[in-house]
Design a protein around this ligand. Structure first.
Ligand code: HEC
Length: 103
């Protein structure tokens, strides 16, 4: 019985963390969908994005640094977002993309 209770507690804590306290993830998602408009060019399942001008982010699964670099400096046809997004916003969208594309 006790074990079950502890299990339940841990499970709830994990769930709570994931659902309610990942503000950076939520901010990043909002930027992906709106200010960054990344979905116009990229596919990403979590965002229901189906753009196909740039690589499918679920396939390349970029880490945080790779997203920060491409969004900050631009790469190939992809423009730099340095005039559009703040550093914090670039970090948030990079966090969102690297975390959500892992799955
Ligand atoms: C105008 C279309 C366009 C938009 C908007 C766009 N991208 Fe891209 N993106 C591309 C293209 C094209 C590439 C491939 C560039 C290349 O490798 O030459 C790319 C590449 C990338 C890469 C891979 C970089 C690498 O190292 O290979 C990431 C990560 C990425 N984009 C994330 C984003 C994010 C996040 C946003 C929104 C802030 C975004 N992109 C907005 C077109 C776009």
């Amino acid at each position: 019985m006790k074990i079950k209770l502890i299990f339940l507690l841990i499970f709830n804590l994990l769930l709570f963390n994931k659902t309610f306290s990942d503000e950076k993830f939520d901010l990043g998602k909002d930027i992906f969908l709106n200010a960054g408009n990344c979905g116009a060019c990229h596919s990403l399942k979590d965002a229901n994005a189906v753009g196909n001008i740039g690589p499918n982010l679920n396939e390349i699964k970029p880490d945080l640094g790779r997203v920060v670099n491409s969004v900050t400096n631009g790469i190939g046809v992809m423009p730099s977002f340095i005039q559009i997004l703040s550093k914090e916003e670039i970090n948030a969208v990079a966090y969102y993309v690297s975390e959500s594309s892992k799955n």
